[in-house]
Design a protein around this ligand. Structure first.
Ligand code: TXA
Ligand code: MG
Length: 312
């Protein structure tokens, strides 16, 4: 998609005034504000109806800016060289003299940081003299937005401006890896764990249990389209939408596909989009076929499992 420089400048103007703007990223859209400003960050929490103890990810343009706020080590450097900018978020120790608003972290001593790859996001970050705190641009516990229309559906005119950057090409949130102690994955995401393992050459611990609160966004009910979801279904009911990983001519009625041939990257990109579509098509529930639990399939299954906890 071709970006529009005057829109990027408009976003900057609003952000400079300590207001929020929705921004495109390659994973999902973010609800962004100046991470150095208490006033701006407060607005994010309010708009999103997000609990204050759930810290935000901060988005940087380059390593130079990050180094002012966070301590970095060897593992970070390895991962950064390989995967950033891209769909990976690092949990790092904050520097004592960092300017990050205490509201971003809920006074924690660590910070979640990411370098988005999306052209429009990068262009914007480059123009700013502060990093952007940005959680996913959706109402808390609901499905993330993967285009500007979705953001509009969730927030209407409560947000001053939505910077359009087309559809998010990854379509799932970033993978979160904590580098505060021994590396561990806190959230499965758009980069698969095996890729991270290869670079660190170590076994990676997973800490995805919703009862452990080191990543509060991993709460049990999350990513919900707002209608019940049933998993691993071979035979859907007459009245439900049936979501398949790949096209299958055996099923004709009420069927949606995540990909043409079962490609998991394509399926990931289409997941939130399709769940929102099904809801719009007025189905009251969704049956989903079993999705292979490898690579990005693991992230897809993680999101679906959490979404399936919604039942009313
Ligand atoms: O792809 C993404 O990561 C998107 C785009 C917009 O960058 N952002 C995103 O943000 O998904 P959000 O706020 O929806 O999810 C951030 C997660 C939350 O689960 C939060 O609890 C966790 O990161 N988190 C933030 N700071 C943390 C910290 N210091 N330690 C552990 N987890 C943290
Ligand atoms: Mg989120």
């Amino acid at each position: 998609m071709k970006y529009n420089l005057s829109n990027i400048k408009k976003a900057k103007k609003i952000l400079d005034k300590h207001d929020c703007v929705a921004i495109p990223t390659e994973t999902v859209y973010g609800l962004a504000a100046n991470a150095y400003s208490d006033k701006a960050v407060k607005k994010i929490f309010k708009l999103k109806r997000r609990p204050k103890n759930n810290p935000l990810i901060v988005h940087y343009y380059s390593l130079m800016e990050l180094k002012k706020d966070c301590e970095i080590g060897v593992n970070f450097q390895k991962l950064y060289n390989k995967f950033s900018p891209g769909p990976i978020t690092y949990i790092l120790r904050l520097k004592k003299n960092s300017k990050i608003s205490k509201k971003v972290t809920n006074k924690k001593e660590t910070l979640a940081v990411r370098f988005p790859k999306h052209k429009v996001a990068r262009k914007l970050l480059k123009l700013l003299d502060y990093p952007l705190a940005a959680p996913s641009a959706n109402i808390s516990t609901k499905i993330s937005a993967v285009n500007s229309k979705h953001v509009e559906e969730d927030f209407g005119n409560k947000i001053k401006f939505i910077l359009d950057g087309g559809n998010s090409v990854i379509g799932l949130e970033s993978t979160i890896v904590s580098l505060v102690d021994r590396p561990k994955i806190l959230r499965l995401g758009g980069l698969s764990n095996s890729e991270i393992k290869k670079v660190l050459k170590k076994n990676l611990r997973l800490e995805l249990n919703p009862l452990q609160t080191s990543s509060p966004g991993q709460m049990k009910i999350h990513y919900s389209p707002g209608i019940p979801i049933r998993l691993n279904i071979k035979k859907p009911r007459e009245d439900e939408a049936y979501l398949l990983l790949k096209k299958n001519i055996k099923f004709q009625k009420n069927v949606y596909y995540l990909s043409k041939n079962g490609d998991l990257k394509e399926a990931a990109r289409n997941l939130y989009f399709t769940l929102r579509r099904i809801k719009k098509d007025k189905f009251k529930s969704i049956a989903i076929e079993k999705i292979k639990n490898i690579g990005l399939g693991k992230t897809i299954n993680d999101r679906l499992l959490r979404a399936s906890k919604f039942n009313g």
